[in-house]
Write a protein that binds this ligand. Structure first.
Ligand code: FES
Ligand code: FES
Length: 162
């Protein structure tokens, strides 16, 4: 039997009837049409499905939608600011950190979350923060460089402390 849940997704309130076995990934993609969240493995290994749930990055394939009842969810669709890419998104473009792009939404959300917690991470801290996000294409170096560049940009814009 379906259960009615409420979620705030990217600042918008939703009330949705969901079956108890539906994952957050499935509901975001299939009920809300937010296709930026990717499903790769479906078992918590690849990070393609990463979203921010109540302030922390999670693998949304491992979260039942009913568990997100009453939560705040941020997906890649909510990352750009007005018509402008977020500094992390722009840095991924500028540094060639995107190839096929399948990992990119999850990578960007993990990176953005890191910079909110730790505005000036070391290379090791960046690598640790994205260690749950697998990329088949880039070899990771360009992604790490992009995250560090985004950190510098955000500092210049006064978006981060320190
Ligand atoms: S699809 Fe969720 S971790 Fe791979
Ligand atoms: S850019 Fe293709 S998986 Fe990362």
């Amino acid at each position: 039997m379906k259960k009615v849940i409420t979620m705030n997704v990217n600042g918008r309130e939703y009330e949705i009837a969901v079956a108890p076995n539906r994952t957050l990934t499935q509901v975001l993609r299939e009920e809300l049409g937010l296709l930026g969240t990717k499903e790769g493995c479906g078992i918590g290994d690849c990070g393609a499905c990463t979203v921010i749930l109540d302030g922390r990055p999670v693998n949304s394939c491992l979260v039942l939608a009913v568990q997100a009842n009453g939560s705040q969810v941020a997906t890649i669709e909510g990352v750009a600011e007005d018509q402008n890419l977020h500094p992390v998104q722009q840095a991924f473009v500028d540094h060639g950190a995107i190839q096929c792009g399948f990992c990119t939404p999850g990578m960007v959300l993990s990176a953005k979350s890191l910079l909110e917690r730790n505005p000036h991470p070391t290379e090791l801290e960046v690598r640790e923060a994205i260690s749950g996000n697998l990329c088949r294409c880039t070899g990771y170096q360009k992604i790490v460089e992009a995250v560090q560049a985004a950190s510098r940009t955000m500092k210049k814009r006064g978006k981060t402390k320190g």
